[in-house]
Design a protein around this ligand. Structure first.
Ligand code: CP3
Length: 347
């Protein structure tokens, strides 16, 4: 079993830096597009054999050291009763957004086995197909980031509905975040029972908030999730990813997680100075680097590895891989980490 990724997450000394990529199963791979041609995105998520197939693709085709289950952070909101559509070109849409306390009656505490069992089935099939080649990561969105989509009704530039609610009726919004948190605990523990070996929490919109407001509004429900999962699934590494969150580093270093996953806006060495050496860092190559020439991909990957060598490190991109990426450039990134990191560890 290649458990390099799990050992690195736990902060153990490793022979080289493990590497995987956010959104590694996706449209930049022709093999993904071929499967996707047969099924729309939600059907793909809900068909365990197909979800498992695309989950394993980047392990075979790109050589990553971990698989992440093919699903979406928004699926639990659908399970809670919110209608969810993926519209070609527009991304996710919630036609009936939840914007005030009175709307909470439309949501329920989902029974995750009944409503999200297809994700658990996909995890079981994937573990069987991986046969120990690499560990399998499960995931969820943070309550704040899920609320951002549900309240806005989809992606947004300014998140005015969400921010308005947070100032107008903080207690009402807290009820939404707590309800999402309860379902998320069951969902993540269900993923571990079905075979997930590490868990990543995606906080794509945590960076909207100042550190003070993040502590006040977003962190309590997130901490509840992390503590409950830590208790229910001891020993499973927890990863917190925040996008645009350089100003949240000191605050996020207080979270009960092994790994902090950061975007490219701040060098890993500076992140390390801010959060200390207790946390393993994951990241943080700018995904746009993979759009440039391979020689540049290699040089910038080497620079990132040198910069991250002062402590535990899992190599990754700073956000999801772009669908325009040439798979050869993704392979060059992964190969560069494997080739260069043994000599750079502890450099
Ligand atoms: O390979 C993997 O990383 C595993 C699968 C995965 C997907 N989404 C598949 C997906 C994961 C971990 C996610 C997380 C996710 N989903 C996040 C957090 C990470 C981030 O990007 O900040 C968010 C915000 C979402 C919500 C979401 N899903 C959006 C905004 C979109 C539309 C944007 C886009 O890229 O098209 C999706 C769709 C989506 N999720 C796709 C994939 C492969 C593209 C769907 C397709 O094939 O048409």
């Amino acid at each position: 079993m290649n458990d390099l990724f799990l050992r690195a997450c736990r902060g153990e000394a490793v022979e080289r830096t493990p590497v995987w990529m956010m959104r590694q199963a996706g449209r930049y791979l022709a093999e993904y597009r071929a499967v996707r041609a047969k099924a729309d995105f939600l059907t793909l998520c809900k068909t365990p054999e197909l979800a498992a197939e695309v989950t394993v693709q980047p392990v075979d085709l790109v050589g990553v050291d971990a698989a992440i289950i093919f699903a979406d952070i928004l699926l639990p909101l659908e399970a809670m009763g919110a209608e969810l559509r993926f519209v070609q070109g527009d991304g996710p849409v919630f036609p009936d957004p939840v914007r005030r306390a009175e709307d909470l009656g439309r949501l329920r505490r989902a029974d995750v086995d009944a409503t999200l069992g297809y994700v658990f089935d996909a995890l079981r099939v994937t573990r069987r197909e991986l046969a120990g080649r690499v560990p399998l990561i499960g995931f969820a969105g943070t309550p704040w980031t899920l609320a951002a989509y549900l309240v806005e009704g989809g992606t947004s530039k300014q998140f005015t509905h969400l921010l308005e609610w947070s100032y107008r009726d903080a207690a009402g919004l807290r009820r939404l975040l707590d309800l999402i948190a309860e379902v998320t605990v069951d969902y993540l523990l269900g993923q571990v029972a079905a075979g997930a070996q590490a868990l990543q929490l995606f906080d794509t919109w945590g960076g909207l908030l100042s550190a003070e407001r993040w502590r006040e509004v977003a962190a309590p429900s997130l901490v509840r999730v992390l503590e409950a999962v830590r208790q229910g699934a001891p020993g499973v590494p927890l990863i917190y990813y925040v996008h645009g969150g350089a100003h949240l580093l000191e605050a996020s270093a207080e979270l009960p997680v092994e790994v902090l996953s950061v975007d490219w806006r701040m060098p890993l060495s500076e992140v390390r100075r801010r959060v200390g050496t207790q946390r393993v860092l994951q990241g943080n190559l700018d995904p746009a680097v993979l759009l440039g020439p391979i020689a540049d991909v290699e040089a910038r990957t080497e620079a990132m590895l040198r910069d991250g060598a002062g402590g535990g490190h899992v190599a990754n991109l700073g956000h999801g891989i772009f669908k325009q990426t040439d798979p050869d450039h993704a392979r060059a990134f992964v190969a560069a980490v494997k080739r260069l990191s043994p000599a750079l560890r502890g450099a």
